[in-house]
Design a protein around this ligand. Structure first.
Ligand SMILES: [Zn+2]
Length: 668
């Protein structure tokens, strides 16, 4: 639901570290050696701004992509490593953030205990599946195992009601695949067929390692049926079509053979209304459910119990899971060291990790500076709306109202979440991960029908990312992203407007992307557009979707312009807003060029620097199927191609990747 800037991860820990940590030198605003001056900025702005960087920064063996973004994430991981080492060495009150994180880390790092236990902790779960005598009983068991994080064809969770954003609603939907997307099952090209074979072989390996008897072909056939019934990622982006309120009995009537009511009854939630995000999935499944024996359904569930626990048990399981999901599927040659894997599992304690991080590493003065920048971007957006030629005054008035209503969160939450009643011990890693899963699932379901707490954060303060939440109409920038190359207190204003200003503009623009624009100022799904303006908007966004669909990442592998449409609108809007916010800041000031680049040019360098990166082929193939963000290259070249401001700054008459004058797409 939330629109993240990117699903990725720093280099120099600039001047902002606290006294306990050794400080790096001030980081240059834009190091010239990152450029590739053998190409022209007008022809290939990505290569021009990243070519030198890309040559000097090969992808580490443990990564699938590597960029300035990832370097920042890496630096944050090192900081957390130090913090966690302190927490592990100390003695803390039970239920404190330090105790919870520290004991989780100790249990995860204890490879001896983990290997001794092997897969024994899975036994009760697998036995429960074996004992099932009907499909209804299996769906009841799936509901029980939901609390332990086991994936199933039914999904149920509590979230802000999109049509009454003050209150939480119960959402249900589709799920239950072992491969990352339904398309991995449905494609029949040679490479996809090989991956499907490798997946079945992986199921067999995991069966052997856990002493289970699993028929990989039968499990695959069931997952294939689920995949066939599913709505695609592009379809799932449509906020209107995701909103289907119905009673549980109406839902059950869509698929009488699939015991969803029994599943909901086990959760104590059968006598009520749900918002169904994929009713089509259940209708289509009706014809398929009976094609599979109870035994196949049980094996399918057992596979998901094993798969879900693969990172929580012994080395053998973790390595096998890495071999398929990371190496084969995403092209990662080498496994990350244990401390990083365990650090990754503290994700559920994101608020607590963020608390420790923000206390240590976030300089308060940055908050006021970034707040000012957020307001600068809002002012620039207002100016852009005023001058749009494709939108009528009636809709402009509504757009301004929405823009004025935007709220923002910067750095870290005003109040910290209390989870002191969570049970975590130094003993079993598996038990700890399950304990967290049960705790947070219960916590989520307990919010049903409750008023929405608008002060909650959807991301830990240490995270290098940002998001727009349309249901709160808010933009959120955790402390983690407020560092170079995004925000560099030592850089010139132009660089910072292009980088963090571009990010802020990007998140603002999500409120006005093809889906975000369906929500009003209070976060409700409601139409505030005239039919005429809506048609104009859809025509422009369709042009942008077509442009991105024409981009080839690898031979025969194209960007999906419909999947990435929201992000591409946000990139184009974001960089445009950043440019005009910079112009407002500049006013009548005379700004001298730096390193031969004018200040206008440096706005674009600031944006491009964020996306300097290399990626593996397998990573790109996975990205275009599953990730709503376009590959970095197109986040730079595709964005500037539509900006006359870019051409003016670099004096481009024309350029290989640029739209001819007059054909640029201007949305915001
Ligand atoms: Zn985004």
């Amino acid at each position: 639901m939330r629109k993240h800037l990117v699903l990725l991860s720093l280099g120099a820990l600039a001047s902002c570290a606290a006294p306990e940590t050794e400080m790096a030198d001030a980081r240059p605003a834009f190091p010239l050696e990152h450029l590739d001056t053998s190409v022209h900025a007008c022809d290939d702005f990505f290569q021009y701004t990243a070519g030198g960087w890309r040559e000097a920064n090969p992808i580490p063996e443990t990564e699938v992509r590597w960029g300035e973004f990832n370097k920042l994430r890496e630096a944050n991981k090192q900081r957390l490593k130090e913090l966690f080492a302190e927490v592990v060495a100390g003695t803390f009150e039970k239920g404190s953030d330090e105790q919870l994180i520290g004991d989780l880390v100790v249990s995860g790092m204890d490879s001896v205990a983990r290997n001794e236990r092997g897969t024994s902790e899975l036994v009760p779960f697998l036995e429960a599946a074996d004992a099932v005598t009907s499909l209804e009983e299996l769906f009841v068991l799936m509901a029980q195992h939901k609390f332990y994080g086991v994936s199933a064809p039914v999904n149920a969770y509590v979230r802000t009601d999109a049509k009454n954003s003050k209150v939480n609603a119960l959402y249900v939907g589709q799920g239950g695949l072992g491969l990352p997307d339904r398309d991995y099952y449905l494609r029949d090209d040679e490479e996809s067929v090989k991956l499907q074979e490798a997946y079945r072989a992986h199921i067999e390996t995991m069966a052997e390692l856990t002493g289970s008897e699993l028929d990989a072909a039968a499990i695959y056939a069931l997952e294939y049926a689920l995949a066939e019934a599913m709505k695609s990622r592009v379809e799932m982006r449509d906020a209107d079509k995701r909103y289907n309120p119905m009673t549980v009995s109406e839902w059950q009537a869509l698929a009488p053979s699939m015991p969803v009511a029994a599943y909901m009854a086990e959760l104590g939630l059968d006598d009520r209304t749900v918002v169904n995000s994929a009713p089509e999935f259940f209708s289509r499944m009706e014809a398929k459910v009976a094609n599979f024996s109870l035994d196949t359904w049980k094996q399918y569930h057992k596979w998901h119990i094993i798969n879900g626990a693969s990172g929580a048990l012994n080395d053998a399981l973790e390595v096998a899971s890495f071999e398929f999901y990371q190496k084969t599927l995403r092209g990662k040659p080498k496994m990350n060291p244990r401390w990083k894997r365990v650090q990754g599992s503290t994700g559920m304690l994101g608020q607590q990790v963020g608390h420790l991080y923000a206390d240590r590493f976030f300089p308060e003065e940055h908050k006021a500076e970034v707040e000012q920048m957020v307001e600068d971007l809002r002012t620039a957006f207002r100016g852009r709306i005023d001058q749009l030629t494709w939108m009528t005054d009636a809709t402009k008035e509504k757009a301004r109202k929405k823009l004025d209503a935007f709220t923002y969160k910067i750095g870290y939450p005003d109040k910290w979440e209390d989870i002191s009643d969570l049970e975590i011990s130094k003993d079993s890693y598996f038990a700890n991960l399950k304990s967290m899963s049960v705790y947070f699932t219960k916590k989520n379901l307990a919010k049903i029908d409750e008023p929405v707490d608008k002060s909650e954060w959807g991301m830990g303060a240490h995270i290098v990312n940002a998001y727009y939440n349309p249901l709160n109409n808010e933009v959120v920038f955790p402390a983690g992203i407020l560092q170079p190359p995004f925000y560099n207190p030592d850089a010139d204003a132009a660089i910072n407007y292009g980088a963090i200003g571009g990010v802020i503009g990007h998140e603002f623009s999500h409120g006005f992307d093809d889906q975000g624009a369906k929500y009003g100022p209070d976060g409700n799904l409601e139409n505030w557009w005239t039919d005429e303006d809506k048609a104009q908007f859809e025509s422009l966004t369709t042009q942008l979707a077509d442009q991105y669909s024409s981009y080839e990442v690898l031979p025969g592998v194209n960007v999906n312009g419909r999947l990435t449409l929201g992000e591409n609108i946000a990139d184009l809007g974001g960089l445009t807003l950043a440019y005009y916010a910079y112009q407002n800041w500049k006013g009548d000031k005379e700004i001298e060029p730096i390193d031969g680049f004018t200040d206008e040019q440096r706005v674009f360098l600031g944006w491009a620097q964020v996306w300097q990166s290399n990626g593996r082929d397998e990573y790109f193939k996975n990205q275009v199927t599953t990730d709503p963000h376009s590959p970095a290259e197109f986040r730079v070249s595709g964005t500037v191609s539509n900006m006359p401001e870019f051409k003016a700054a670099f004096g481009c008459e024309e350029g290989e990747n640029l739209k001819p004058a007059g054909e640029e797409i201007t949305i915001w």
